[in-house]
Design a protein around this ligand. Structure first.
Ligand SMILES: Nc1ncnc2c1ncn2[C@@H]1O[C@H](COP(=O)(O)OP(=O)(O)O)[C@@H](O)[C@H]1O
Ligand SMILES: [Mg+2]
Length: 387
């Protein structure tokens, strides 16, 4: 498979604010790429540059061997000639047009009369279960229906590339899941190429063939979802994909230890290179990889055990979300309700506990700005990662 959509060195600034910073990206034909990052990191601006709605200051963009933007060559193919479909967060339907006319709009702009005559509008409406809404106006539709119409409009002209800018974020939780599944099914059926922007990690994992995690105008990691999940390349990525627990580590006399001085066995991992003279590191850990114990209880063999105190707990049905403090740092964990309900319900803040976890569930990174870090970041991780 050839690389079909290529972005190279893309740079977009507003005054002195560098919003997209020499960004590189390749997207295979038919691939569903998710661009994931926090608010303000430049996701929308990147999409708008792809669509031709913004003029970057630098870089190149090519769609299927066709250059559509080249800063040096002063080439900038206008938006309407790029054959792109867009679905926005705000639906952006024309209020004065019926559903039929809204969906037909991209065909009209492209003068695709045969597609209109051939029933493309009706077929697109059917695809998103809106076939019976064609004569209504947007104001007569629910939010979920409006967004499905917007999806039909984005796909009707069979564009080379479909861009989605947080299309689910204005929907309530139940509708969000429905429309998400619908987009996923449409992609499996039609095989269009997509760039889908979101700040929601569960959306990204659910939809993406690959995830590009963005930080301050650049791609920090670009990998399959499973690779991102298992082996985040940095503390930033780890925190963003749900490894919300952070443990500060330092080098003690006989190896690594926590801030409270508990030894921590990183035998598989952190320091492979004996020349590494790092004195501090940060470890990331998922809440569901941490176990909760009474002080008197045995912990599983091989687990790291840390003394902790209860901060608070919240009931979540099958589990409790428990916050504890250990060595001055807070950890959150998911404790199965069946096992812990009786003990937790009677506990007050400050109650003594033990938490434990397998060292293999830690991902360890250099401390940003740590001058002693000679080895490439990230520090080697524990399970045969890519580091
Ligand atoms: N038209 C604009 N003029 C000036 N600054 C802008 C403009 N559009 C976006 N920005 C700035 O660029 C940064 C990235 O914005 P955006 O691409 O919308 O981020 P995201 O979609 O990831 O939330 C923000 O700091 C934003 O304020
Ligand atoms: Mg945005």
């Amino acid at each position: 498979m050839t690389s079909q959509f290529t972005v190279s060195g893309l740079t977009k600034t507003y005054g002195s604010n560098v919003v997209v910073d020499r960004l590189d990206l390749t997207i295979e034909e038919g691939e569903f790429l998710v661009l994931l990052g926090p608010s303000g990191c430049g996701k929308t601006t990147t999409l708008r540059c792809l669509a031709g709605l913004e003029t970057p200051q630098g870089g190149t963009i090519a769609f299927k061997e066709r250059s559509v933007f080249d800063a040096d060559a002063r080439l900038n193919v206008p938006a309407y000639k790029r054959n792109i479909g867009m679905v926005f967060q705000s639906y952006a339907l024309w209020p004065h047009m019926t559903v039929r006319d809204n969906i037909r709009y991209p065909l009209k702009v492209r003068k695709m009369k045969e597609a209109v005559a051939g029933g493309a509008v009706e077929a697109a409406a059917e695809m998103v279960d809106c076939g019976q809404l064609l004569d209504r106006y947007p104001a007569q539709l629910s939010g979920g229906q409006q967004q499905r119409v917007a999806v039909a409009r984005g796909l009707v002209a069979r564009p080379d590339l479909v861009l989605f800018d947080e299309p689910l974020s204005n929907l309530d939780a139940r509708l969000r899941d429905q429309v998400r599944t619908q987009i996923h099914r449409l992609h499996q059926k039609l095989g269009f190429t997509a760039v889908f922007v979101t700040h929601d990690q569960s959306e990204a994992f659910a939809l993406g063939d690959r995830l590009a995690i963005m930080k301050a105008g650049r791609i920090e990691q670009y990998d399959a979802p499973e690779v991102v999940f298992e082996n985040p390349v940095s503390d930033y990525v780890a925190a963003f994909i749900g490894m919300s627990n952070k443990l500060s580590l330092r080098r003690g006399h006989d190896g690594w230890e926590t801030a409270a001085g508990d030894p921590i066995d990183l035998a598989h991992g952190v320091v492979r290179d004996s020349a590494d003279r790092r004195t501090a590191a940060v470890a990331r850990l998922r809440p569901d990889d941490v176990l909760l114990h009474a002080r008197t209880e045995e912990v599983p063999v091989g687990n790291v055990a840390l003394h902790a105190e209860l901060v608070t707990y919240e009931y979540g049905g099958r589990y409790f979300d428990v916050t504890v403090e250990t060595g001055g740092e807070q950890l959150i964990l998911r404790a199965p309700a069946a096992q812990h309900s009786a003990a937790l319900r009677g506990s007050r803040p400050g109650a003594p506990l033990v938490v434990s976890f397998s060292p293999a569930s830690l991902r360890v990174f250099a401390v940003p700005g740590d001058e002693t870090t000679a080895a490439p970041s990230p520090v080697a991780v524990t399970t045969g990662g890519r580091a």
